[in-house]
Design a protein around this ligand. Structure first.
Ligand SMILES: [Zn+2]
Ligand SMILES: [Zn+2]
Length: 93
């Protein structure tokens, strides 16, 4: 992706709001930050999802709790949130 495309993609992610609030808790459009999903490979190519400050860095956040505990707590994985986010973006193109 070029930087321009990436910016556009990020703004779409941001428009959807926190993916955990939306898909797990049922509150779409929460103000969110961009969270990179760590996989093998370069961080600059890492896929991203939106997470609100609490679910990103707070006491119930993926960085606050650690990914494994966080996924267990909400009974979901980053990969599933990513899939749902991308489905939604593709559906609204
Ligand atoms: Zn949230
Ligand atoms: Zn993050």
């Amino acid at each position: 992706m070029t930087t321009k495309e990436q910016k556009k993609h990020y703004s779409k992610i941001a428009d959807l709001g926190c993916s955990l609030c939306r898909f797990v808790l049922g509150y779409p459009g929460t103000l969110c930050e961009i969270h990179h999903i760590r996989r093998a490979g370069k961080r600059s190519n890492a896929p991203v999802i939106g997470l609100c400050p609490e679910h990103h860095r707070g006491n119930t956040g993926v960085h606050g709790m650690g990914r494994k505990a966080w996924e267990r707590q909400f009974n979901i994985t980053e990969e599933i949130l990513l899939e749902k986010t991308e489905d939604l973006i593709n559906a609204t193109k």
